[in-house]
Design a protein around this ligand. Sequence first.
Ligand SMILES: [Zn+2]
Length: 258
Amino acid sequence: MNNRTPHEVAAGVYVATAEKFTTTTTIVAGDDGGCLLIDPAVSVADLAALARWLDERGLRPVAGWSTHPHWDHLLWSAALGNAPRYATPHAVAAAAREEAGLISDVEASSPGHDLAVFARVQPLLGHEIDWLGPRALVYAHDAHAPGHGAVFLPDQGVLIAGDMLSDIEIPLLDLDSADPFGGYRQGLGLLASIPDVRVVVPGHGHAGDETEFRRRIAADLAYLDAVQAGGDIADPRLTEEWLRAEHARHRARATGRW
Ligand SMILES: [Zn+2]
């Protein structure tokens, strides 16, 4: 089965998973054939397949959402149309500030994207995406990246968590921030406080149910506890070289060596 093909995780909510970094794209069907598109990713071919799938279903993006200002969450293509695309004000500011670096990241990691539509996000004022479809509430925090905005669909109980609550990646701290551990705990606490989460969709990894949502929160807190205490942890998510490198950076930061 091709994972690129979106599958329905709740009524009218579809998740496609790209091969690269197990990156997810979320599609929320709205009224009159409109849809909300969250973090469309990640290769040129993935976006082309997504546009075809939407077309076949008669779905047309009427709003876009970028969960946070990292290159793999700011992608778009002309075939997806020119709907307004939003992010939190802090995320929009960070994307503008770091535009040159983001462009070199996308060119290095996933070349060939149309840069004319890359990172064209505008600030969402308020905490709810204004569109004709299921309610979509934004939960903003500064864990992982400045102005990280998770989206919660209260009617479906679906939390689109961005780069948090992954089953395959350890917590990835924003080491450029003044208080990476405190910021991460704050973000996790905010997500943990959302009532009635029945499905969690991470930016990289696999969707999980309510039990899995709680398990991931506990696993992430246990990770932070161990690293901040200056110890090591045999987290089963430390499977790849780049994750072990991030883990080493976290440990160095916790013990004041970096
Ligand atoms: Zn990220």
